[in-house]
Design a protein around this ligand. Structure first.
Ligand SMILES: [Zn+2]
Length: 309
């Protein structure tokens, strides 16, 4: 029989060893609770300690959760488990994150043991993982929409929360979106196997959907309303094909934008002239960084995307 101390050590080892979310071990550990509206996040810390006080990491979790709640209108899971692991090996301070939905909404996050306040303030990974909770789990061929949605929402949510400058938002988009364009010989998004098309191709789908929705509704609605309606239907704990979700999103904006864009991009390469798109949005790359042209035809949509709903 294990002593209490021995049992805790064994459970801690289970937390670290599991490739997936170790739900059983997690639920036997003491946790810190963070409340976001009606939603509750349970944080369990794995073995080892951080240079920063634990409370600072709890505060960072709360801020990330509030950011995501601001974008989606609520935190996307009534109860979420967050496992924070710790590593002393060399690498990025926010090492990795993974979201799970199979046995309840959960995130596994690995931080360097010497992670600093500045690292936490700059981090995008936790907001990205928490955004994943807002979408039902899709079949593998639709993985691009899961990654694209989280990649597209994360900077906009942080900008809406006042945590990221609009210059950074558009600077990253201008830099990243070309990686989402179809390469020679590539087919539609449902057939992609590449990282660029999965993350940035999916994000480009979301950007185009956001702009087309705003065009179709005279700027009254955008992708944000569609994603809130999809979340109201179910979060990561639910499994769904993509088509009914796009329909729910379209119904919320009284358009056919998502279904139509999906038809155009799912099987065919669908090249996009990004330079022309940045021009219409009024996003200019200058020697000093990003500058904006508020007289551009889509400038009002661009500013609405980073404004709180
Ligand atoms: Zn992701």
């Amino acid at each position: 029989m294990l002593s209490d101390a021995g049992r805790t050590a064994a459970v801690e080892q289970d937390l670290v060893d599991s490739q997936n979310m170790p739900y059983a071990a997690f639920d036997r550990m003491p946790f810190e609770a963070v409340q976001i509206g009606a939603a509750s996040i349970r944080i369990v810390f794995g073995p080892g300690s951080f240079t920063l006080p634990r409370q600072r990491i709890v505060d960072y979790v709360r801020q990330s959760a509030q950011t995501v709640a601001l974008y989606f209108g609520k935190f996307p899971a009534p109860l979420a488990r967050l496992l924070v692991l710790n590593t002393s090996s060399a690498g990025r301070p926010i090492r990795s994150g993974t979201a799970f939905g199979y046995q309840g909404a959960a995130i596994k996050l690995t931080l360097a043991d010497d992670v600093t306040e500045a690292d936490l303030d700059r981090d995008w990974i936790l907001v990205h993982e928490m955004s994943h909770l807002a979408l039902p789990s899709l079949p593998r061929r639709h993985h691009w929409f899961e990654e694209g949605m989280a990649s597209y929402v994360e900077p906009l949510a942080r900008a809406q929360a006042g945590l990221l400058s609009v210059q950074r938002v558009w600077g990253e988009m201008v830099k990243g979106m070309p990686q989402g364009l179809p390469q020679p010989g590539e087919q539609g998004l449902n057939r992609t196997r590449t990282w660029g098309r999965t993350y940035w191709g999916g994000a480009l789908f979301c950007l185009l959907a956001d702009i087309e929705t705003r065009q179709a509704t005279d700027g009254m609605r955008g992708l944000q309303q569609a994603l809130r309606a999809i979340l109201a239907h179910g979060n990561i704990e639910r499994e769904s094909p993509i088509e009914p979700l796009l329909e729910i999103g379209d119904r919320a904006t009284a358009t056919r934008v998502l279904a139509s864009l999906y038809d155009r991009m799912k099987d065919s390469p669908y090249p996009v002239d990004l330079d022309a798109l940045w021009d219409r949005l009024g996003v200019r790359v200058t020697s000093g960084g990003i500058a904006f042209d508020d007289a551009a035809p889509l400038a009002l949509f661009r500013t609405a995307m980073t404004r709180r709903l």
